[in-house]
Write a protein that binds this ligand. Sequence first.
Ligand SMILES: [Zn+2]
Length: 96
Amino acid sequence: MPDERDPQPTSFSIRCADAVELVTDYLDEALNPADLAAFQAHLDECDGCTIFVDQIRMTIQLTNATNDQRLNIMPPDFDRLVAQLRTQGNRRQDPN
Ligand SMILES: [Zn+2]
């Protein structure tokens, strides 16, 4: 009888915990070929990690976009708009 109490996965099979640790390197394209193959093989079989990678990638893109365009996000009359909204809110809440 072969001893298979603890069967090993195939050589490039990794668990979710391993995949999660590789995500940042994967997105940085810093994985060595063996880890990259294992990671992509895991994504092919694991929807959870595929979604996780997409979310991390989107977060990174959003962060970069925010850093680049921070000055363009606020309208030039932002302070005036806030003051206007605050005045309207006060009037609406005024019981008299
Ligand atoms: Zn997984």
